[in-house]
Each structure stands twice: as structure tokens, then as C-alpha cells.
Design a protein around this ligand. Structure first.
Ligand code: MV4
Length: 504
């Protein structure tokens, strides 16, 4: 095992990786920008090195400075986390060329999977089902029209270098094709510096289900089942769960085998994820492979009892995965809510400020993967995800009840967050039934965000209840006392009201 690992990231994921290092007896080296000098990951790591000004392009994206920092600190490996440099082929190669270990896949695997058309070609060769469509970029509108005719409208134009929905256009009729192609190209060129576009049949109303895989450098490739990620808005996932209500043990084995075949075909090593669309009749189609640890990895950890970051590090150090596929079975249910600094009522605009007060939920089955603390300044330089709240329960209903309870326990003052939004989702009948597709949340949004915040009366009642509760803590009210029989009862009603509104 390594004696020292550098973590090329910030926030909750940097802390997550530091924890795995500590359990392995590995020293951790944090890197930080000027904006993060007092961030928790800097304090929790064994060492920390400043890598530049606040903008990511001058700090967390500076692979050269990060490799130099690793050298200087005497680290043997670099864990990229997610985002930033995690899926850059050149960074994986530069780390290797510097004589260090990249805790992630080799550059060849990132390259093989980075181009969507190359990945589709690889999938076909490996017997992995893909969405019907082209496996090469289209030369012009005429060529695109010919493919669209072949598969039938609606079709989806996608950027070859794409991901995250950029450079994507639904085309419902031949007459719309030329202008859609033009705008898809423009968007792809802007986002990826590559305007190549290809054509797929458009799948209406599917789920987004992904399979976690874990591969060592000795040819062992395992899958850790699926995550259901359909609850998303503008390609930002809001809630993830494992397992999926739509996946039977048979389908899990089938999708899992498919993901393992894909990983083998790409020469994949370390943790990775195969994304699929799952349509209403149980057909699944490979979309793309994410060549990193994902934000939502904890739900898989909770139902499989396997620490993915711990095994990422051991696999990167050349160790053999000691698991048998047949022994890997999910147990219970896990749900994750992404707690972001966004204001629901303003259409999810980012909210900034200082975290003035923070109370983190705990208790049975509750996990908090956070990157903030009281006093943290939330600015606009980085991603608005502040933390992830993850719960485990025996059943899906139990997990939903726990998430509801944990969200009620959560208090964050100073910035607006997605907490109330998640509470409303937990109370939603559609969510509770599990009958959701990738389009569900955006259709649901108007009714969810329309709920009025507590009015002035409720705020007053809540404030009174808080004062009474504070008084009672110092001098407990004797229920049914001769002096004031009604007070205890009223105050408990008010307390309930206060609890319901979370005393915000
Ligand atoms: C699709 C699709 C429907 N049909 N492909 C969006 C991002 C990229 N990873 C692939 N995406 C989609 N590809 C076909 N042929 C619908 C989506 C899609 C989507 C996929 C996963 C999660 C959320 C999504 C939201 C909108 C569209």
C-alpha cells in the first residue's frame, strides 16, 4: 500500500477520500486554492499545499501544479475524486509519466470511452446493446437525414465528445433536422472544442439506471448492481437510490454482466460506472461509461457493504479484489439527497453566504458526506453541492421515512439549500410509488415549487414555541400542574408546529 496519497479535489469528496486513507494507514495530502485556505479538507488532511487562486482553471484544474505538489510532498499516488481532472486522459497519462499512480483508469481506457462513437463501436464488438443509431459522426444534414429515415423520427443528435446532455437535440421531423444539427454542432464546439455529432433513435420516457463496476489490474471485474438516477433536473441528479424498483435480480445479473463485458472491452481498471437507459418494457441500452468515482457512490456502498474508495486505493496499489460476484447481493435500500446551495423558489439560482448555523442529522441508518461546517463561506467559484445526505433502511418505504426524518433534523442557516425541496419529494405520492422516469421531475417541478413557504403566523408560532421550549428546558413544565394545566399542552402543540417548520 502507498504511504502517502495526494487528493486532487475539494469539498465533501476530498474529506471522503481522506477518511479512506486514514482507515488504510495512508497519509493524505490536500491541495487547495486561495478561497479554500480554511476549508475542512485542508485541516483534516495530514498535509496541505496551496495550488493557486480561487478559479478552478488556476488551481484544481492545474494538473502540472498538482503533480508538482505530489512530488514535493513525496506522495506515490493521486486520487482525482470526481469532476475537475478525474476524467481527463492527459492527466491520467501525466500522472503515470511522472512515476506516480493515478487512482483511476489508465489513459487508454479513458480515451476508448471518452468518444461516444468509439464507445458505441466498442459496445457493439463486446455484445453490449446500444440505442439504435449511427456509430460514426455524420458529415452533413443529408447524411443525418438518411440515418433518421432509417431509424424513424424522433431522433436525438448527440455530440461525439459529449456527456451531461450538452450538444444534444431532439428532432421530431425531417424539417427540423438541418437547424437542430447546426445548433448541436455549435453547442458541442463551444463545450468540447469538437463539433462532431451523431444520430440516435430517441427513447421516450426511460429511466436512468447505472451499474457500478470495480476492476483490479489482474483481470478481475465485478459489478455492484445498479443505482436509479432518474430524479434529475437539467442533467443534474437530485436523488439517487439503490437498488432500483425497476430492476429484478435477473435484470440486475443481465445488466451487471453487460457492464462487466464493457469494462473488459475497454481494458478498464479501478471503479467505473456504465450508464443505461431502461425503457418501460425492461429493454436496456448502453449510453456511456463514466470513468471515475461518482457523486452517488455511497448508495451502492450502503447496500453492498463495500467501501468503494478503500478498494479504489487497494486496486490502484496492485492488490487483487477478494470478492466473488455470486456473493455480492444488495441488502436493504439506500437513498441519497444532494444538499445544494440553491434557491428553489428562484428557479434554482445558486445561493451564496456564510453557513451561520449547521446541525447535521445522525442516528440509525444516516450518513452525512459533507464538505461544510459552521463558518464556511459559500461562493460561486465551485459546485453548489454542499453535502450528501444518505440513508439506509430495510425497505424502500423505511428508507424514505428515514430520509424524511433526517431532513427534518437537518438545519442550515445562512444560505438557501435544497433541503425543503427534498422534504417535498419524500412526501410526493409519485416518488413514493417509484413510478418515475427521467422526465418526471421537470414535469413535477411547477407543483412542487408552488407550495408557499410558511406564512407570518407560522413563523410567530414557531418563534414562541422555541422560546417556550427554551424556558422548559431550564424549568421543565409539570404536565397537569394545578397552577397552569393548559400550558404544557399548548406548548407541545406549538413545539410540533415548530418542528414541522424546522424552525427556519
Ligand atoms: C438519450 C435519451 C433518450 N434517447 N438517448 C442525456 C445525457 C447523456 N448521458 C444521454 N442522455 C440521454 N440520452 C436517447 N437515444 C435521453 C437522455 C436524457 C437523460 C439521460 C440520463 C439521465 C437524464 C437524462 C435527461 C434527459 C435526457
Amino acid at each position: 500500500m502507498f504511504s502517502k496519497v495526494l487528493i486532487a479535489n475539494r469539498g465533501e469528496i476530498a474529506l471522503r477520500i481522506i477518511r479512506a486513507c486514514q482507515e488504510l494507514g495512508v497519509k493524505s495530502v490536500a491541495v487547495y486554492s486561495d478561497a479554500d485556505a480554511r476549508a475542512p479538507h485542508v485541516r483534516e488532511a495530514d498535509e496541505a499545499i496551496n495550488i493557486g487562486p480561487a478559479p478552478s482553471s488556476e488551481s484544481y484544474l492545474r494538473g502540472d501544479k498538482i503533480i508538482e505538489a505530489a512530488r514535493r510532498a513525496g506522495a506515490q499516488a493521486i486520487h482525482p475524486g470526481y469532476g475537475f481532472l478525474s476524467e481527463r486522459e492527459w492527466f491520467s497519462r501525466a500522472v503515470r509519466d511522472a512515476g506516480l499512480v493515478f487512482v483511476g483508469p489508465p489513459p487508454e481506457a479513458i480515451a476508448a470511452l471518452g468518444s461516444k462513437t468509439a464507445a458505441r463501436t466498442l459496445a457493439v464488438m463486446a455484445g453490449v446493446p446500444i440505442v439504435p443509431g449511427s456509430t460514426e459522426s455524420v458529415a452533413d444534414a443529408r447524411a443525418a437525414a438518411a440515418i433518421a429515415e432509417q431509424y424513424g423520427y424522433p431522433v436525438l443528435l448527440k455530440a461525439v465528445a459529449g456527456g451531461g446532455g450538452k450538444g444534444m437535440r431532439v428532432v421530431r421531423a425531417a424539417s427540423e433536422l438541418a437547424s437542430a444539427l447546426e445548433s448541436a454542432r455549435r453547442e458541442a464546439k463551444n463545450a468540447f472544442g469538437d463539433d462532431a455529432v451523431y444520430v440516435e433513435k430517441y427513447i421516450d420516457g426511460p429511466r436512468h439506471v447505472e451499474i457500478q463496476i470495480l476492476a483490479d489490474s489482474h483481470g478481475n471485474v465485478l459489478h455492484l448492481g445498479e443505482r436509479e438516477c432518474s430524479v434529475q433536473r437539467r442533467h443534474q441528479k437530485m436523488i439517487e437510490e439503490a437498488p432500483s424498483v425497476a430492476v429484478s435480480p435477473e435484470l440486475r445479473a443481465q445488466m451487471g454482466d453487460t457492464a462487466v463485458r464493457m469494462a473488459r472491452a475497454a481494458g478498464y481498471v479501478n471503479a467505473g460506472t456504465c450508464e443505461f437507459l431502461l425503457d418501460r418494457d425492461g429493454q436496456f441500452y448502453f449510453l456511456e461509461m463514466n470513468t471515475r468515482l461518482q457523486v452517488e457512490h455511497p448508495v451502492t456502498e450502503l447496500v453492498y457493504g463495500i467501501d468503494l474508495v478503500y478498494w479504489q486505493l487497494r486496486v490502484a496499489a496492485g492488490e487483487v479484489l477478494p470478492f466473488e460476484q455470486s456473493a455480492l447481493v444488495p441488502r436493504g435500500w439506500a437513498i441519497e439527497c444532494r444538499i445544494t446551495s440553491e434557491e428553489m423558489s428562484s428557479g434554482f439560482l445558486p445561493s451564496t453566504g456564510r453557513v451561520e448555523y449547521l446541525h447535521v442529522p445522525s442516528g440509525p441508518g444516516v450518513r452525512w458526506d459533507g464538505g461544510i461546517e459552521m463558518g464556511s463561506e459559500i461562493g460561486l467559484h465551485y459546485d453548489p453541492m454542499l453535502a450528501k445526505l444518505i440513508v439506509w433502511g430495510r425497505t424502500r418505504d423505511h428508507a424514505i421515512a428515514r430520509m424524511r426524518r433526517a431532513l427534518l433534523e437537518l438545519t442550515i442557516h445562512g444560505v438557501e439549500t435544497s433541503r425543503d425541496f427534498h422534504l417535498r419529494l419524500m412526501d410526493d405520492a409519485d416518488f413514493q410509488s417509484g413510478e418515475i422516469s427521467i422526465q418526471w421531475l421537470e414535469q413535477k417541478l411547477p407543483s412542487i415549487t408552488a407550495v408557499k413557504p410558511p406564512g407570518g403566523d407560522v413563523a410567530l408560532v414557531a418563534l414562541s414555541a422555541a422560546l417556550l421550549a427554551e424556558r422548559d428546558r431550564a424549568r421543565p413544565a409539570r404536565t397537569g400542574s394545578a397552577a397552569s394545566p393548559a400550558v404544557a399542552e399548548v406548548s407541545s402543540e406549538w413545539r410540533r408546529a415548530a418542528l414541522r417548520e424546522g424552525l427556519r
